[in-house]
Design a protein around this ligand. Sequence first.
Ligand code: MRU
Length: 357
Amino acid sequence: MRIDGKEYRTIWYEKNVVKIINQTKLPHRFIIKELRTVNDAINAIKTMEVRGAPLIGGTAAYGVVLAITEKKEPDFIKESAEELIQARPTAINLKWAVDRMMKKISGINSDQILDVALNEAKDICDEDEKFCKEIGINGLKIIEEIYNKKKDIVNILTHCNAGWLATINWGTATSPIYHAHKKGIPVHIWVDETRPRNQGANLTSYELNEEGVPNTIIADNTGGILMQRGEVDICIVGTDRTLSNGDVCNKIGTYLKALAAYDNNVPFYVALPSSTIDWDTKDVNDIPIEERNSEELSHIDGVDENNQIKKVLIYPHKSKSMNLAFDVTPAKYVTGLITERGITEASTEGLKKLFIK
Ligand code: MRU
């Protein structure tokens, strides 16, 4: 997708170096950062220079490549792989990508291991781009259907950033939106600000602006009244981990939007590539919910009158705060899952029909 009219992917490999867009500086600065070691990759994931389930999966895959570049020692590669998986615990794509990398390089001799790993990391990223595009083609049908009935602008609410910045390209929740926009269907996006890191305001609105998609940022608590007023035709969100029974773990606040959608008969869709399905975890309480530094709540970044980025404290000095990063929306509140293989109900049967031959 485009930034300033130029096409980018979120991660690429050039002359032994992995390049990323440093998302902690957006929307105020567009900075390309180089990752040269596996520690650089781990830090980029931990500090959210890269974020979004598919993109941290892609970054972790390249992290394994960087580990091999540093030392072709099996113990070092194994420890690095483990550290990459631990960098952020909730999004399953991270473990999925590292496991796939480790399986691919297992038993490969040291002359070939780097090439094999590099090809696999590229395949993981190319596949994510392809799957996200297919999610868009599949999800477009739902938006088209709403437009054909309504014959007016389709209002879509989204939470967090499940846009192209969170994937390799296209995004998950945004891919149907971009496909609809490119087809000339008039869409308008309600962008949840998504406290505390403001991925909606800082990233989703930014990337939609760059693609010319009309959007309006709203405070996280506004979605409910907009749904009551009939100003939301559909919600589409992403996910960090979807269980095989259709329960959806995503950015904190998703659950409340799903409840409001349910109460107001607004369709609530979740868009995901199959790399985000956790086929193993059966109990929702076993999903590790990331608890992040409370400073993400108590402080906020912005630019001052001299266009300098500043971090300021917005809470009372003595107040405590708690920062859970994800919540789980039970499958019963999810109208459907939009995947690369098609759209299905959020249930074991639905997912099995699409993915298990
Ligand atoms: O904490 P983040 O910014 O990594 O959280 C991202 C989300 O919750 C996204 O909605 C999810 O990863 C899906 S991304 C296509």
